[in-house]
Design a protein around this ligand. Structure first.
Ligand code: NDP
Length: 287
């Protein structure tokens, strides 16, 4: 591979990303604020740069994987002259607004910018199940697709640099609420002497099967008609028993109470007979 790549930031994730590049034969120069983090990569064939400036100068493509938005600016602001004319792929986790701000900063500096959101933990990089979401420069995505695919399945969402982060956070929203639901269920059965592991054995196939309902909900939401036949109604989806059983067990009702409030607002507005999918309207219009 003739592309010279630089990787700034050798935390757990940056190290995994750089490792995949080295393994694939890319000439890779690494830099990290604290020294000593590159030893293993150097043993595998990477170069190490003493300064971020040296690293940027060594690569046509500069990959940045630092802690957050502030650290990206801290490292890159003094290097805008060196970065001009190069390509920047920033996979540091940032908010959509922060990604857009970095894209604007890059445009002013004459840097082509692609933003990435990593849907994987470091051990997954380069393996099955690793997925990375991108937005920003379409040319960068197209040109470097084979390299990006070394890290995981790469999906491009558009020129607006904030989109990758938006999708990333939307998927994490689904994940966190599901995790909270699992934790709630485990807490419910714990007083009955059920271990969390035993509960997990039941919850895993159940929740996996329930994801099959997304498509039906999505069709109703996109169709915009919550009265369409064959839907579980909001009235039917009362969580009263669930809340009462949770209270009886002496545990918090916050997780299920949150869902009940979303349902309740739609019922109170006179939509009780309509599809459960209508809870999205409670989310779209905060009460
Ligand atoms: P680590 O905490 O392991 O590494 C953080 C890195 O940022 C280190 O290289 C650290 O340098 C560097 N850094 C922090 N502040 C500064 C600064 N002010 N100036 C220069 N360098 C700085 O984090 P990860 O590698 O796990 O994560 C990196 C990014 O990847 C984050 O944005 C994270 O959200 C994202 N990510 C991580 C995932 C994971 O599972 N780990 C999953 C998905 C995304 P030093 O060694 O000197 O401290």
């Amino acid at each position: 591979n003739s592309v010279q790549v630089s990787v700034l930031g050798l935390g757990a994730m940056g190290t995994a990303l750089a490792g995949a590049l080295v393994k694939a034969g890319y000439a890779t120069t690494c830099w990290n604020r604290s020294p000593g983090k590159a030893d293993e990569l150097v043993a595998q064939g990477a170069e190490v740069a003493a300064t971020a400036q040296d690293a940027v100068l060594a690569g046509r493509l500069v990959v940045v994987c630092l802690l957050d938005h502030a650290s990206v600016h801290e490292v890159l602001d003094p290097l805008s002259d060196e970065l001009a004319g190069r390509t920047l792929v920033n996979v540091t986790t940032t908010s959509p607004a922060q990604s857009r701000e970095l894209a604007d900063w890059a445009a002013r500096a004459g840097v082509t910018y692609l933003d990435g959101g990593i849907m994987a933990v470091p051990d997954m990089i380069g393996g099955p199940g690793s997925s990375i979401l991108y937005s920003g420069s379409a040319e960068v995505f197209d040109e470097y697709k084979p390299l990006l695919e070394l890290w995981g399945t790469s999906t491009y969402f558009g020129e607006d640099a904030g989109l990758a982060s938006l999708y990333d956070l939307a998927l994490l929203a689904g994940m966190y609420v599901m995790f909270a639901g699992f934790a709630h269920g485990a807490a419910m059965v714990a007083p009955a002497g059920v271990t969390a592991r035993e509960f997990a054995a039941l919850a895993t196939p159940w929740l996996a099967a329930m994801t099959g309902a997304f498509e039906g909900f999505a069709a109703v939401v996109d169709g915009g008609d919550y009265t369409v036949a064959g839907q579980q109604s909001l009235e039917f989806s009362s969580l009263d028993h669930l809340l009462a059983a949770s209270s009886d067990q002496g545990i918090s009702t916050e997780v299920v109470g949150m869902v009940q409030r979303l349902i309740r607002r739609q019922i109170d507005a006179g939509h009780g007979e309509e599809s459960f999918a209508r809870i999205i309207e409670s989310i779209r219009q905060p009460g």
